[in-house]
Design a binder for this molecule. Structure first.
Ligand code: MEV
Length: 321
């Protein structure tokens, strides 16, 4: 996963999709996430003087990064501190195919790639505990009080069942899932969506608690359906989960319109994925060809971007426009 040479190293990872359970996971409920094969790479090279950072959104000295990149700045500083290395003599370049603010775990994936790259550069072994501690620094700036599911999912090669404070369970099924994903084109604001749910909880605790409990039930059933390859049940559970996300106030018209399109094209189920309020939807299909048809229809319905894939392959497909 991480390549290393004398004066340079690479750290790599992928993005993630939440299949069921987002938002409820912040309140200690379980959720299921999948690796999504949109990749990010961090290239670390020896350089002179101050650390130089290069990415699609900022290129320049590390210390002059814009405020919205404070999370990755603090993560890099703490990683070098952990490695007992000075804040100099490096260039860090990010190559990412993950759109920002799309609910696909971009912030956790970039931080994971950078931490892996820096550990490789200095020939140090990285434990999962260290990785999570360092990535969490970036995540707290990006999301406020994240559950930790994004960083667990972007560093796992398998679907996972995640619950705060518990061991992460890999969910390995013989039967692949066929999934279409589409981006509304509007940046999702996970921090705001999480805050909205919290505000609603304070206003109408009974109603929000009911939705969170329902999502927990859905996730428990989805875990079994996933392991048994019962994709029809899984599709229905995605639809049920979307109803609760609407009740929590984190879906919106753009997401709902794409979800309707996916369902009308034969998706077994569809829902928003990640924080919501913009960002992406996922739709479950019964085979790859069907996922392609849905993905194409989502582009036609105005999605900014759409992809489809099978969870048994590391390949991402794009529908022709
Ligand atoms: C974001 O991908 C998932 C949320 O549940 C937030 C979190 O778990 O930190 C919305």
């Amino acid at each position: 996963m991480n390549k290393v040479s004398a004066k340079s190293a690479e750290g790599e990872t992928h993005s993630k999709l939440i299949l069921v359970g987002e938002h409820a996971v912040v309140y200690g409920k379980p959720a299921i996430a999948l690796p999504f094969p949109l990749k990010v790479k961090a290239l670390i090279k020896e350089s002179f003087g101050i650390i130089k950072f290069k990415s699609a959104i900022y290129t320049g000295p590390l210390e002059k990064m814009p405020g919205r990149m404070k999370g990755i700045l603090e993560c890099i500083k703490e990683t070098l501190n952990t490695l007992d290395k000075p804040l100099e003599g490096l260039s860090i370049e990010i190559e990412s195919a993950i759109p920002l603010g799309s609910g696909l775990g971009s912030s956790a994936a970039v931080a994971t790639a950078v931490v892996r790259g820096l550990f490789s550069f200095f020939h140090q072994k990285l434990s999962q505990k260290e990785l999570f501690y360092l990535v969490q620094i970036a995540e707290e700036y990006a999301h406020g009080k994240p559950s930790g599911i994004d960083m667990a999912a972007v560093s796992s090669r398998h679907p996972i069942l995640f619950q705060k404070g518990k061991d992460i369970t890999p969910l390995i099924s013989e039967a692949p899932l066929f999934i279409a994903v589409a981006h509304t084109g509007r940046i999702g604001d996970t921090r705001r969506a999480v805050e909205n749910v919290r505000k609603n909880y304070l206003k109408d605790g009974e109603k929000v608690k009911k939705s969170l409990d329902k999502i927990e039930e859905i996730t428990d059933m989805a875990e079994k359906a996933l392991l048994n390859g019962d994709i029809n049940l899984l599709g229905k559970l995605l639809n049920d989960n979307q109803q609760e996300l609407i009740a929590l106030g984190v879906s919106d018209n753009g997401l709902n319109a794409l979800i309707d399109t996916a369902r009308s094209q034969g998706a077994l189920g569809a829902k928003l994925t990640g924080g919501g309020l913009g960002g992406c939807i996922i739709a479950l299909a019964d085979n790859l060809e069907k996922a392609k048809v849905i993905s194409k229809a989502l582009m036609k319905a105005g999605a900014l971007e759409s992809w489809y894939f099978s969870t048994c392959q590391d390949t991402l497909y794009f529908p022709e426009r």
